[in-house]
Design a protein around this ligand. Structure first.
Ligand SMILES: [Zn+2]
Length: 139
């Protein structure tokens, strides 16, 4: 019958048809363990990749900011392949400045626009950076 075919499930690991309980996802413990280990490895790899991007961003900021504070043009960050998507934290300074700082561990940069030119204010991270977003809903 056509309807029965829709109930044939296959093992997430080896793709063989599963018999038995409807909620079974794997044919046996071996397939379940293998599948879970691979999923965990993939997740670990993605975490490592993001960590290494943030570490590279931090290295760039540190290189450009040897004295605690620096201003560079966006082109400099671009030329060093800074990845704006990833950071370890975010901080918005109170009014009137209201600068947004993208933190990479112990360094941070804030995008500025000065006379039409995209600049970055780079700073060594300050302790109060950790306080502002303790509760993002109250920000
Ligand atoms: Zn299987």
């Amino acid at each position: 019958m056509e309807i029965e075919k829709t109930f044939i499930k296959t093992c997430l690991q080896c793709s063989k048809p599963i018999t038995g309980r409807l909620d079974k996802k794997y044919c046996n413990d071996y397939c379940r363990n293998t599948y879970n280990n691979q999923t965990k490895r993939t997740a670990d790899k993605q975490i490592q990749e993001v960590n290494s991007i943030i570490r590279k961003n931090r290295r760039i900021l540190k290189t450009l900011c040897p004295a605690g504070k620096a201003r560079v043009s966006k082109e400099v960050l671009d030329s060093m392949e800074y990845n704006y998507r990833f950071f370890s934290g975010i901080y918005r300074s109170p009014a009137p400045a209201k600068l947004v700082y993208f933190i990479c561990y112990d360094y941070a940069f804030s995008p500025l626009n000065e006379e039409g030119e995209n600049m970055a204010l780079i700073v060594e991270k300050e302790d109060h950076f950790d306080e502002f977003f303790a509760n993002p809903w109250s920000a």
